[in-house]
Structures are given as C-alpha cells and as structure tokens.
Write a protein that binds this ligand. Structure first.
Ligand SMILES: *[C@@H]1O[C@H](CO)[C@@H](O)[C@H](O)[C@H]1NC(C)=O
Length: 233
C-alpha cells in the first residue's frame, strides 16, 4: 500500500507541481496585468489627433510623393522631444513584406513597444483580407490611395480616402481591401505583443518565407527591446 501510494503521489505530484506553479504565476501576474491594463494610457507617447494632423499636413505639402510624405512625418516626430528618443531613424532601409489575414503589403517600423506601434504599411498593387481581431485600437491614416472595409450586415462598403483615418477599436474585425495602390500610417495602442501572432500566422502556415520571418522578428524585436531598455513600455 505504502509504495503504491508513494509512486502515484510522485507521478501526480509532478503534474500537480507544475499546475501549482502555473496557478501561482497566474495569480501573481493577473493583478499586475490588470493594473497595467487600467493604466495603459500612461505609457503612450503618440497622440492620435497629432498623428492625423501631421499626416494631413504632410499630404498637403507633398501630395502623392509618398516617400516625401513619410519623411515629413518622421522629421516632425524626430523634432518632438516627447517622441524623438523612441523613433527609428533607419526606416528607409528596413522595409519588408507582411502577410497577414490573407492580405499582403510592405511595411517599415517607425516605433514598436509593448503598448504602441507606428508603421508605414501599404502596397503599390492592391490587396484584400481579414483585418485581424486585435488587442489594441488601430488608427489607419491613409497617406495615398483608398482603403475599403466591409462588416457583415452592411450592404455598402466603407471608403477611406487620402487624409482620412480609419479607426478600428480593440476587438473589432472587418474585411478590408486596398483596391489598388495605397499607403498608410498605421498607429496601434493597447497590447501589442499578442498582435504578433496574427502578424506571423500567414508566414508559417502559408508563405513559409523564412527570411521575411527573420526580418519581422529582428526589426520588431530591435524596436521592442530597444525601447524597453530606454524605459518605454
Ligand atoms: C493623388 O492622386 C489621386 C489620383 O490621381 C488624386 O485624385 C489626388 O488628388 C492626388 N492627391 C494629391 C494630394 O495630390
């Protein structure tokens, strides 16, 4: 009886031990994450109203010369003491493909941290797909071209034009399309790391493009870790 009891308790003790550890980690982390979640806005360095304003002024200054529009926006963020330390000054050399939700485009990261990202995303040939169900509010500023969106139950498409912002709140999903050339300044605020799963899914289940997976991980990691090291959560 005694050896049997001993052996059964040692095998279930292994699993039980892990479960206990998991429960402790969950118990410690949950209130911390809850507390951070309630105070996420304290970590934000970008302001949606300012981004929309600079996007519109950049378009007014440079029209459809999108590279100059992007440089105008970047320059202003680099001159603003609140954002300057956290802005990537090498975006021109860090464009890479993104496949997500069936859509494909090119992107470069202006900023990425645990609570925010700011990227240039777009394509010169058009694309269509699932927006993804995200853990952040997403402000999609159209710099050039048009973006269309559709929600089940509607019978007309939403159309976002040059200078418009398409705001998708946390958890909202849409089918979207860039009918042809379209570039945008995309700003997300909320919990960014969970969004990476959506950003990676097509890479590993469909396109199997390992160099692109590497660029995605490298450029995102460089931003996220670099910003964490200088105190930007
Ligand atoms: C950009 O090009 C489109 C299509 O030719 C045009 O309708 C739009 O007015 C142009 N935008 C600017 C700011 O020049």
């Amino acid at each position: 009886m005694a050896p049997k009891k001993g052996s059964s308790s040692s095998s279930s003790g292994g699993i039980g031990g892990w479960l206990k550890l998991f429960a402790i980690i969950l118990g410690v982390l949950s209130p911390i994450i809850y507390l951070i979640d309630q105070n996420l806005d304290r970590f934000y360095i970008f302001e949606p109203a300012n981004l929309h304003d600079v996007a519109k002024r950049a378009i007014a200054a440079h029209g459809n010369d999108t590279q100059s529009v992007v440089h105008f926006i970047l320059k202003e963020l680099q001159e603003n003491p609140k954002t300057a330390p956290y802005v990537n000054d090498n975006i021109d050399n860090e464009y890479f493909f993104n496949n997500a939700g069936g859509a494909m485009g090119g992107m470069t990261i202006i900023h990425a941290s645990v609570t925010e990202y700011l990227i240039i995303f777009g394509t010169a040939v058009g694309t269509e797909g699932h927006s993804g169900r995200h853990t952040a509010d997403d402000y999609f500023h159209i710099l050039r071209g048009e973006q269309w969106a559709y929600v089940p139950g509607e019978f007309e498409r939403e159309v976002y034009k040059q200078g418009d912002v398409h705001l998708m709140r946390k958890g909202v999903i849409k089918q979207y399309r860039m009918p042809e050339l379209c570039f945008a300044l995309e700003y997300a605020r909320g919990w960014i790391p969970p969004m990476m799963f959506f950003g990676y899914a097509d890479l590993f289940t469909s396109v199997l493009d390992l160099p692109t997976a590497w660029y995605t991980a490298y450029y995102t990691g460089k931003q996220m870790i670099g910003n964490l090291l200088i105190g930007k959560f």
